[in-house]
Design a protein around this ligand. Structure first.
Ligand code: AMP
Length: 373
């Protein structure tokens, strides 16, 4: 029998795509990228990249025809692009998942409809809606966020009770936003799940996430949560993956409140920055799960064999790397970006502490189903 390697198509040119490509290469796959940027982190390492707009149908069709299955590495790709590509090849997670995750209102509504609690929220289409919602819902403090295209704290602004909302509304420069009650959280955590076409799942986390200037700075696993809360966070993520019929990888970000409540904040329908440690600390990384599930392979065991801390290298943090090159338990990742602009993710460091000589499965789980292929 001749082994024919699969070719995976990755939409988006950033570091998440680059790390997925690296995982694909190790499994003998081929990778073709599609991005609207020249000299992107992914194009530096894959043999061929289509550089074009996300509405260039001719180019998108050529891309789809060169691959077996397609995924994406950021969620701000137009849903129409995914629907168009689906005419030619499977795309995972599919257009339904992307459509929900891309829009903060549909995301919160979906979560609430399946019984996953979030902070209280209201849809805003003009400044007057803000004052009314603050009063009707008795919000003392809130955060106004654009419905689409927000990331790393961009497209959001805090509002206090009694403040004139006009400036906040104007600053977002949008026609639709969501007003969320500000959560007095004690910590932020995330859970990452991979699910294959046979509905087998692998779960990583919860992971403790610490932010600086709204950008993820540090992730720690295991998160220091009571066992019942950790279990609840994993169950919520599993419920979400099943309800949305996920094929691929997604991350659920959650707030932990002082009263021990878990409130979902956001769904990322792809590997997540808070899961980079899975490369060094697990048998199968989040990126390998993504490429496996997208080309139709079964998921791998997530077995975490080390505790881990991941720190992001943001902006000029990259100038202070020397100590990590010498640290025995530190692995340095750089994304090939030439210019260290403020707030730009340039790389990350993962530090691991092995758990034992035996393979262990602590909080991560893989569902037990017999797989034939
Ligand atoms: P997001 O873009 O929704 O992930 O928000 C970025 C960060 O802003 C989160 O990681 C939180 O630190 C903070 N944040 C977002 N929404 C809320 C909220 N409703 N209450 C309190 N903090 C929030």
């Amino acid at each position: 029998m001749v082994f024919v390697p699969k070719t995976i198509g990755i939409l988006g040119g950033g570091q998440l795509g680059r790390m997925a490509a690296m995982a694909a290469f190790r499994l003998g796959m081929r990778v073709c990228a599609y991005t609207d940027e020249e000299d992107s982190p992914i194009s530096q390492i894959v043999p061929f990249t289509f550089v074009g707009r996300y509405d260039d149908k001719k180019k998108l069709q050529s891309f789809a025809e060169s691959v077996d299955a397609i995924t994406y590495e950021f969620e701000n790709i137009p849903v129409e692009t995914i629907r168009y590509l689906q005419k030619f090849k499977p795309v995972y997670p599919d257009d339904r998942v992307l459509e929900i995750a891309q829009h903060r209102v549909s995301e919160k509504k979906f979560l609430n409809d399946i019984g996953i609690p979030t902070t209280r929220w209201a849809v805003i289409t003009r400044a007057g809606d803000i004052t009314r919602a603050m009063e009707d819902m008795d919000f003392k403090a809130a955060i106004l966020k654009t419905s689409r295209f927000g990331y790393d704290g961009k497209g959001q602004v805090s509002i206090g009770r009694g403040e004139d909302p006009k400036a906040a509304w104007k600053s977002l420069n949008t026609t639709e936003a969501i007003l969320e009650e500000k959560v007095a959280f004690t910590s932020e955590v995330s859970v990452i799940i991979a699910r294959d076409k046979l509905s087998q799942t692998a779960i990583y986390g919860p992971i403790l996430n610490e932010h600086k200037n709204h950008i993820l700075a540090k992730s720690t696993v295991p998160a220091p949560l009571p066992a019942h809360l950790a279990e609840k966070a994993r169950n919520m993520t599993l419920l979400l993956a099943e309800a949305i019929d996920l094929i691929g990888v997604l991350c659920l970000e959650l707030f932990v409140t002082g009263e021990g409540q878990l409130l979902a904040n956001e769904i990322a329908p792809r590997p997540h920055n808070s899961g980079h440690w899975t490369i060094e600390a697990c048998t199968t990384s989040q990126f390998e799960q993504q490429v496996r599930t997208v080309v139709g392979m079964q998921i791998g065991g997530p077995n975490r064999h080390s505790d881990a801390v991941m720190i992001n290298l943001i902006g000029d943090d990259v100038d202070r790397l020397a100590k990590y090159y010498e640290q025995a338990n530190a692995t340095v990742h750089l994304y090939g970006k030439l210019e260290a602009r403020e707030g730009r993710k340039m790389g990350h460091i993962t530090m691991t502490t092995p758990l034992s000589a035996q393979p262990v499965m602590l909080d991560e789980t893989i569902s037990e189903k017999v797989v034939l292929n």
